[in-house]
Ligand binder design. Sequence first.
Ligand SMILES: Nc1nc2c(c(=O)[nH]1)N[C@H]1C(S)=C(S)[C@@H](COP(=O)(O)OP(=O)(O)OC[C@H]3O[C@@H](n4cnc5c(=O)[nH]c(N)nc54)[C@H](O)[C@@H]3O)O[C@H]1N2
Ligand SMILES: Nc1nc2c(c(=O)[nH]1)N[C@H]1C(S)=C(S)[C@@H](COP(=O)(O)OP(=O)(O)OC[C@H]3O[C@@H](n4cnc5c(=O)[nH]c(N)nc54)[C@H](O)[C@@H]3O)O[C@H]1N2
Ligand code: SF4
Ligand SMILES: [Mo]
Length: 729
Amino acid sequence: MLFGRKKRKPILIPAKKVKEWKYTTCNYCSTGCAIEIGLDDDGKIVTSRGHARADVNRGKLCIKGILEHDLFHSPGRGSQPLMRATKQEKFQPASWDQALDTSAAKIREIQEKYGRDSFAVVSTGQLLTEEFYTLGKLVRGCIGTNNYDGNTTLCMASAVSGYKRSFGSDGPPGCYDDFEHTECLMAFGSNLPEQHPIIYWRLKEAREKRHFPMIVIDPRVTMLAQFADIHLPITPGTDCVLINAMLYVMFDEGLQDQAYIDAHTNGFEELKVTVADYDPIQAQHICGIDEDMIRHVARLYAKAGCAMSIWTMGINQSTHGSDGVANINNLNLVTGNIGKPGGTSLSITGQCNAMGTREWSSCSGLPGYRALKNTRHRQEIANFWGVDESFFPEKRGLTQTDIFPAIESGEIRGLWLVATNPLTSMANQPRIRKMFEKLDFLIVQDVYEDVETNEYADVFLPAAVWAEKEGCHTNTERRVNLTRNVIAPYGDSKPDFWIFNQMAKRFENGNKIYFPETPEGAFEEMKHLSIGAGRTLDISGMSYDKIEQAKGIQWPYSQGDDSLKGSPRLYTDGQYQTPDGRTNLISVKFRDNNEKPDEKYPFWCNSGRVVEHFHTRTRTGKIGNCNKFSPTPYMEINPDAAEALGVEHQTYVRLVSRRGDAVVLAQLTHRVPRDMVFIPFHFHDCVNRLTLGLLDPYSRQPAFKQCAVRIEQVDQVEAAQLNLERRSF
Ligand SMILES: Nc1nc2c(c(=O)[nH]1)N[C@H]1C(S)=C(S)[C@@H](COP(=O)(O)OP(=O)(O)OC[C@H]3O[C@@H](n4cnc5c(=O)[nH]c(N)nc54)[C@H](O)[C@@H]3O)O[C@H]1N2
Ligand SMILES: Nc1nc2c(c(=O)[nH]1)N[C@H]1C(S)=C(S)[C@@H](COP(=O)(O)OP(=O)(O)OC[C@H]3O[C@@H](n4cnc5c(=O)[nH]c(N)nc54)[C@H](O)[C@@H]3O)O[C@H]1N2
Ligand code: SF4
Ligand SMILES: [Mo]
């Protein structure tokens, strides 16, 4: 194929011979794009493309998805288990039996000595759903520790908590098709074009066909804000104040949908009393959005025939994360905007399978949104698995963000990390490091041998990645989609599913409980456990073949349904998952508890992501065409602030917080206000050396986006050297 102008040297893309296309789903963000991987005559991967007939992405992929097949042979992959007797020693190769036997023996030893809960397991939102289900069975049914969580606590915990408080259950009620119907959209702390490029493409296409107002609430002028009709540069951490003030205006002017409120909600009178304290005249001084604009936006939203809200980490990663979610739900409930086309409260999920872990991993309870506190739920699972019900703990144990402090205090002595890299991703790294130093025993199960956490590991279990395995993901809009096994695992790495099954055999209960040998077998168990009257999470009508045929199916999808059409929306009948079927309007009061800029530390330190990189760069840092666009730790700083400090574009500076310091390049841009810096969190030894990570009281999710820093000059040569020594590929 030829590109380029005729007289110039054309760019030549060699024709690649594809013999077979294999069906997969992207393993990065939660958009859930369907990808076809092209194999040649020899079964070698030659290319990838977005699936043209998949409703989610309709042939499109972002830079990460299109290059994802480069992962299979990327540098740093773990090819064999590794072990060492003491942390001072070098890792030695081990057989799988040695690594698993040692791990299981050590887990039992710690549990016998210090109690069952003294060994913790922390997983992720990036495994396949069948793997989550199997890990849950292993941890809840065989190992029996209650200190088991996923890193979704860093990501989606506030959304889960807010949904549960409002609607009585987790589960995003809307879908991407809502963009086609909505008459007004508010986006809180979400930068779709970079973080969910294909969801953004769906939104953009809908707005090109039929313009509707888009209001973006973000302290930064993000790419999404640049495309918005109205950008509200909110004071960090004060979204609840803005929403309360909007509710104030709606009630004051009688703009609410009283019929919906009367028919379907509890708590209206209390909500009215609460928001009476948030007159826009006062609220504007807290949230930084002027009173006229608050009124304008409130009217626009309430008067639209249907309106929807989306949000991501600007809300969840906050000391008011759960309250923020509940308050966004309030906004949609009082305007009658739940369960109708274009009217919804849609949390944009983070990791590819953060939904799958919420549904099936048993982290916060038992599989299929079941609760440890519910006797019937306990019995159902105990009977189905064939374990004694009393083996299950009475209630949920610690979250990830409480597990680490429990290591510090000595309650937890051993840890198994599965597909997460807290030595880059958790707040307050100087403290996290000390916690790692205190561990008696650490197992790291990761695709990459060079993952930072391996610095402290006693055993490393090399995992297969993405389409080296088979199984499902659930995306932002509850769509279950399939990844087929395309290629054999790298070296002697193994699918996480296999690793969990083998580990189970080394525990007493593991020999009593049946563990299906294939992911599809586990999927059949999940289907069985999803049957039940009144449950929204019903996947009983699905099968791998049906999912592939439909290119993803949205739950609920019940047994006997062969339509291949899932359920785009929840709560369409106004019936919620609460005891009386009514949804809760939650009164939210603003608590001013963030570390804020002051004389010593005059800048807000905001953090987030860029399009080319995924999280801690263990994957995208190895892919040249991703890494080359953003190879260096940097911060965005306002040119006026930079000038006042004498900081020049593309020079190094040192950032200092009360926790630690970090050296980054300065990028001068008006994207950030005068008193804020923004730092992508992808780089090791960078922004999370500075962050405080105060926790949300309900969800225990850290406020990654708010803390205070100062900026200091550094020696440019030394800084450049430091940057070279850092892991950059
Ligand atoms: N390219 C890429 N895509 C990804 C990921 C990735 O690493 N790389 N990760 C995936 C995951 S796991 C997640 S969780 C999502 C995250 O997706 P997003 O949440 O969209 O991304 P972030 O950049 O973390 O944060 C979004 C915005 O929150 C804003 N913000 C900060 N404080 C506040 C506040 O107080 N109020 C409001 N309203 N906004 C605030 C920030 O300025 C930032 O622009 O992205 C997913 N997609
Ligand atoms: N300052 C700041 N910090 C943040 C955030 C922020 O916005 N600002 N965002 C937070 C959020 S939302 C999130 S989700 C977290 C993400 O934080 P982490 O989940 O800790 O980061 P990842 O780099 O995604 O780590 C996943 C690990 O799993 C490995 N892996 C990938 N696939 C597989 C697999 O199939 N099996 C196994 N066993 N391993 C696999 C990868 O190599 C990688 O090491 O970071 C949080 N930290
Ligand atoms: S938008 Fe998300 S799911 Fe789609 S290709 Fe990009 S990273 Fe993958
Ligand atoms: Mo996330």
